[in-house]
Structure formats: C-alpha cells, structure tokens
Design a protein around this ligand. Structure first.
Ligand code: SF4
Length: 319
C-alpha cells in the first residue's frame, strides 16, 4: 500500500526535554493506524508535530514528513493552514478545542468550506446539514442554529467529526476522540469513524491509550514509549505475538473475557514514563523492565520480528 502519511525519524524537543525521539510511522489510504501508550509517552506531541501545531517552544525535525507524496516538513504556517482542515483534518479529545463557543455550529462548519473551497453560503449550509446527518445527528437544521454549549458532549464530538469532514479530507488524525465520553457514546463514535473510513477511504491516525479501542478498529498498531515507537505491527500480530516488554506489560493490564477470572489481579507496569533529556542513550524503559541487562544502556537495535513487525529491544523475545 502507498503511504498517505509518512513520518521518518521525527524528533521534537521542548527546551531540555526530548518529547519525541526518532519516531517513524506510516498511514496508508483507507487504513487505521493506532498510536498507543501511557499518558506522557509522546503520542499527542507526535500528532501535533505532524499537523504543524506544536505549542510555543516546541522544535521539530524529521528526515521525512510526507503527506500524499508532498514533503510538508518545510512548509510555512500559511501553506500548512491551507492543508489543515482541508486535505488533512484533526479531531481532539475535547471538542471545545476546535469549536468556538461564541459562534453557532452552522457558522463554524460553513466557514471551513467557504474558506478552503470558496463555496457559496447555500452550498456550505447544504454540505454541513448533509454531514450532520451522516454522523447521526437528527434535525440538522435545528443543530446548525445552536451554539456548542447547547449540545451534549457526544453531540459536540459528532459535530467536530462532521466539521473535520467538510472538505473531504484524505487523512484524519484523531487524538483520544472518545476518552471523555461514556461507554455507549464511545462505541457509537468508534462505529461512526469505522463506517466513515470504509465509505470515504480515509486514512486515520488514531491516538489512544485504550487497547480495547485499538483491538476494535486498528489495522496497524504502533506502541510508543518515552518518545520512541518501540513496537509496530499489524493489529492481530501485535495482540497475538507481542515482543517488546512494554507492549506485553500494556496488554497484561487489559482484562480478557474468558481468560481473566473474577477477582484475578489486573497487571500493571510499576513506575512512570520518565522525562528524557536530549542525548539520552539506551533504552528508556530499562528502569521498569524485568529483562533489563547491561546492553540496554547502549544503542538499541530495531529488529524485525515478522512481516511488518518491528521491535526496538536488545532481546530476541520468544513468542
Ligand atoms: Fe527491556 Fe532492555 Fe528491551 Fe529495554 S532494551 S525493553 S530494558 S530488554
């Protein structure tokens, strides 16, 4: 599959902290690639760096940052803002990050199409109503006239997804889009994303810490730890044959129906994700890893564990 998004050796620093340390990943057209890991492991910074939305003080470098064959790493803010919301769109955990409380849903949605595509007001209103219907919002005419605070959290999330789709993007980056929602709404939003992807052929980069979500919708999974992708594989392969001790630890924290008995303790990984200074050497997981040994303080090899399955570890772990 040709990559729609290709990120090679992405590095992001904030002063004395290396937030992303040589992360590489690719998303193909029509593929859902999930980026997983604990809070603070660099997932969100990676997605913001791809979109050119790093907070002040963030410094980004990459050997390649390509979208649909176009190198976007060197684009200026004006050029990037033409792509954002048009061919590349992003949705966040908190819809109010994207929605302005002072404007109606309709004026915010139509603005996107009018700005990027020069649509007339009538065309933009038709498109907004069509998309609200598509994301399962009834009475779209009524909703277009409402302000974000008049909607429930689940409805706001749907509006944000509809708004992201206004210009038919090829790539959607979704950062924890269901974390703040209750379980029923969460399932509805995930079904919605999977359906939209099927119908529209979107490439999706989904950032999440929830392995249950990953198992349901990912084609490929990359596990991130302390700013590095430590393991990447097709979903069934990663769940069936995890190699990196951190991935194994994450999977041990997830209850499996039929395998975990009532009252069994859930797994947990002792310790927290460390803050890494630039120039750090060795494996950042070594203080938490039960297999750590002397070689783990030196250069860590990236090993092939199978077709499309890469692991960053000194051990050749048995399946
Ligand atoms: Fe553990 Fe060493 Fe592998 Fe890091 S490189 S995960 S410390 S065995």
């Amino acid at each position: 599959m040709t990559a729609l998004l290709e990120v090679q050796d992405l590095r992001v620093t904030f002063g004395g902290t290396a937030a992303v340390r040589g992360a590489s990943l690719a998303v193909a057209k029509g593929e859902t690639h999930c980026l997983v890991g604990e809070s603070g492991c660099g997932k969100s910074v990676t997605s913001l760096a791809i979109m050119g939305l790093l907070a002040r003080g963030g410094r980004r470098e990459a050997s390649a940052l390509r979208f649909a064959g176009l190198e976007i790493g060197g684009l200026n803010e004006r050029e990037m803002s033409r792509l954002r919301g048009d061919r590349m769109a992003m949705i966040f955990q908190e819809p109010m990050t994207s929605l302005n409380p002072a404007y109606t849903v309709g004026s915010q949605m139509t603005e996107v199409l009018r700005r990027h595509r020069g649509a007339t007001r009538a065309q933009a209103v038709d498109r907004a109503a069509e998309l609200l219907g598509r994301v399962g919002i009834t009475a779209p005419g009524l909703r277009l006239g409402q302000f974000p605070h008049q909607l429930s959290g689940g409805l706001r999330q749907r509006v944000m997804i509809a708004m992201a789709l206004m210009c038919d993007p090829e790539l959607l980056i979704a950062d924890e889009p269901t974390t703040a929602l209750d379980v029923t709404v969460q399932a509805q939003i995930l079904r919605l994303l999977a359906g939209l992807q099927r119908d529209l052929g979107l490439g999706i980069l989904l950032i999440t810490h929830d392995l249950g979500v990953v198992a349901r919708i990912a084609d490929r999974v990359s596990v991130m730890y302390a700013g590095e992708v430590v393991e990447s594989a097709p979903t069934a392969e990663l769940f069936g044959n995890p190699r990196h001790p951190y991935t194994r630890g994450l999977l041990a924290c997830v209850p499996v129906p039929g395998k975990v008995k009532r009252g069994d303790p859930l797994g947990s990984i002792p310790g927290v994700v460390p803050r890494i200074p630039p120039g750090f050497r060795g494996c950042a997981f070594r203080d938490r890893c039960e297999y750590a040994h002397a070689e783990c303080s030196g250069p860590i090899p990236r090993q092939q564990a199978g077709p499309g399955h890469e692991v960053l570890c000194t051990l050749a772990l048995a399946a």
